[in-house]
Design a protein. Sequence first.
Length: 246
Amino acid sequence: MNTVFETALANKHVVIVGGSSGMGKATAKLALTLGAKVTIASRNTAKLEAAATEIGSAVQVSTLDMTDEVGVKAWAGKLGRVDHLVISASSAAHGTFTDLPTDQLRSMFEAKFTGPYVTARQVLPSLTDGGSITFFSGVLSRRPSVGATGLGAVNAAVEALTKGLALELGGRARVNCISPGMVDTEAYKEMPQQARDAMYDEVGGSLPVGRVGQAEDIAQAVIMAMTNDYLSGAVLDVDGGHLVRA
Ligand SMILES: NC(=O)c1ccc[n+]([C@@H]2O[C@H](COP(=O)([O-])OP(=O)(O)OC[C@H]3O[C@@H](n4cnc5c(N)ncnc54)[C@H](OP(=O)(O)O)[C@@H]3O)[C@@H](O)[C@H]2O)c1
């Protein structure tokens, strides 16, 4: 017997910008398993191909840099019908208020706010009526951390975009945002393993659920946001209880 998710996603076209890594890749895997037609996009073609090998040969890959508006427009024009758009791509910059260089602050807004804004706008004409858009923010918007004030602000901007766009689109399409807490993904691959494990232990130990997230935890929430017809304008805190930790 089909699950509710299989029924909702069978033969739907799910496009995931950021699908070559982390939570986007886990979402692509799950959506494919549930019968969707899946396209993943990101900048690095070799990374996309490696991800496709891992996800399954049925996944389509498509090279895209969200910060290049002309390129985004050309890319969106070739997608065909899109039922669900997910944008998990971003890059983050860390630094205290006085130390974070302004060019890094601007690049982060470009990659995590303006890029998703422009990408959603260019895909909108191809989005089916009743489709969905899912953005990604992060727990720092409402639970700040020293050295991440800029990142918290960009997350808050994505959440405001979600709510405003959900209102503007009304019945045309639903718009939601996933706000993850700390999730074990390739985003931390540059850290030495020992330091990374220590960070996961420390943060995980401070959370009500007692661990940091896995990409699959978030993928389940993205599928729910895509398929629940009564969810729009929502920010889903999939964070292991980070917002209520001591
Ligand atoms: N991991 C965490 O602990 C955490 C916590 C809170 C919030 N978040 C947020 O959750 C989302 C997913 O995070 P993640 O950890 O899954 O990320 P990730 O593993 O670092 O993956 C990021 C993806 O974005 C793509 N990308 C980056 N810049 C791009 C651009 N300009 N155009 C197109 N694609 C681009 C990357 O591929 P290419 O390099 O090939 O472009 C990659 O596929 C992000 O918005 C992140 O800020 C993460």
